[in-house]
Design a protein around this ligand. Structure first.
Ligand SMILES: Nc1ncnc2c1ncn2[C@@H]1O[C@H](COP(=O)(O)OP(=O)(O)OP(=O)(O)O)[C@@H](O)[C@H]1O
Length: 376
């Protein structure tokens, strides 16, 4: 565990970048430092690998004060990823990734083979190995940066705004990739961002810092959203906190309706028997069980149902895997006001009304509030 114990950093010009910060960063999970520009995030991160030395307080790694550890070996146990990747422009991709293993004395062949393995792990095509950084897109360069940081298999990864310079779609891809890699590798990751959505998406724990380098709140994202410590945190979280909080509630609590569903080859009896007074529409599925669209029962003629005549259902949510936020979104975007739930294979698992989703949200909020009280 990395433990930051009452650490202050005062730069020579008198700027207090970090002010009596204490944090316990749990092993094998992602801890995010987030806050407005200049609140001391980068300074904190750099104190962990001793690129910056604290003025007061101590940082320990597994109980050992890092100021007593040789800087070189400390840094080798900590991969470091920065914005714009910071790649060596005159080295090929494979040699960029192989940098630290080479410094550790691995022979060229072994270091390169490790580098190629990591390219695959971070989702980079092997054909890019011999290219130079300028021949890659920004998103690809960031992947190289992550691969390079992972090359010597350090237990800790320090990431400073690694995805800030890429567009939102590439950024989302990189975030997903990081979560996937983290699932596989279980590193202790300290991740700096000024983007609260990124913090909530990636962090198991999120430290919100305020200007002046002080800690405003340290909590799991769901707790930040449900119980912000003060108005600073509340403002920083933004206006749609209630909606975003739904991401943490599973859709598994929803009771699905299975009756108003017919296959495209439904008989007249099936169409009649599956229509109910509560559900003015029927969901039509293909023969493979995947949803095709909605229809009023009266518009369906057995033996002559075509996908073209159906109303779009917007997009489905995956029951149990997706959150109540996804379910609500599916219902809001559905022209019938009903959301379509699918299983992992994309087959219709049932349908659910906005009203039922609303009830599940109220129940989840009530339970969430109780949990927060219990925890607090
Ligand atoms: N070498 C330095 N000398 C003096 N002041 C510094 C130095 N480095 C950073 N600072 C100041 O310390 C404060 C914290 O800076 P830091 O870079 O840690 O913040 P940050 O939260 O990472 O900001 P950003 O999101 O803008 O990168 C700022 O006021 C900054 O101007």
């Amino acid at each position: 565990m990395i433990r930051i114990d009452s650490v202050t950093k005062r730069y020579p010009d008198g700027t207090v970048a970090v002010d009596r910060l204490s944090l316990e960063i749990p092993d094998r999970s992602i801890t995010v430092l987030v806050g407005p520009s200049g609140c001391g995030k980068t300074t904190t991160l750099r104190m962990i690998n001793r690129m910056v030395e604290p003025s007061e307080g101590a940082i320990t790694l597994d109980g050992v004060d890092i100021s007593r550890q040789p800087v070189n070996s400390l840094r080798r146990s900590m991969g470091y990823v920065i914005q714009n990747a910071g790649l060596f422009q005159h080295r090929t991709i494979v040699d960029n990734i192989a940098t630290v293993p080479r410094l550790l004395g691995w022979n060229k062949a072994r270091a390169r083979s490790r580098a190629r393995e990591l390219m695959e792990r971070v989702g980079l095509d092997g054909s890019l190995a011999k290219r130079y950084p300028y021949q890659l897109s920004g998103g690809q360069q960031q992947r190289v940066g992550v691969a390079r940081a992972l090359a010597a298999d350090p237990p800790v990864l320090l990431m400073d705004e690694p995805f800030s310079a890429v567009d939102p779609i590439v950024r989302k891809g990189l975030q997903e990739e990081l979560l996937r890699i983290q699932d596989e590798l279980g590193k202790t990751i300290v991740f700096v961002t000024h983007d609260i959505d990124e913090a909530i998406r990636l962090g198991s724990m999120v430290a919100v810092m305020r200007t002046g380098g002080r800690l405003a709140q340290f909590a799991p994202p769901a707790e930040l959203l449900s119980s912000p410590a003060d108005t600073f945190v509340e403002d920083f979280l933004g206006v749609d906190r209630g909606i975003r909080r739904l991401s943490f509630f599973t859709s598994e609590t929803l009771e699905l309706e299975k009756t108003p569903i017919v296959a495209v080859d439904a008989t007249a009896e099936q169409i009649a028997s599956r229509s109910t007074s509560e559900t003015p529409y029927l969901l039509v599925t293909g023969l493979d069980g995947r949803p095709l669209g909605w229809s009023e029962p009266g518009d369906l003629v057995a033996g002559d149902i075509t996908p073209e005549q159906l109303l779009s259902y917007g997009h489905p949510f995956e029951y149990g895997r997706d959150s109540l936020r996804a379910a609500l979104d599916a219902a809001v975007l559905s022209p019938t006001g009903w959301a379509v739930a699918v299983d992992g294979a994309g087959r219709a698992a049932g349908v659910v009304s906005q009203q039922t989703i609303g009830e599940a949200i109220r129940a989840a909020h009530a339970k969430g509030l109780t949990d927060a009280k219990v925890a607090g």
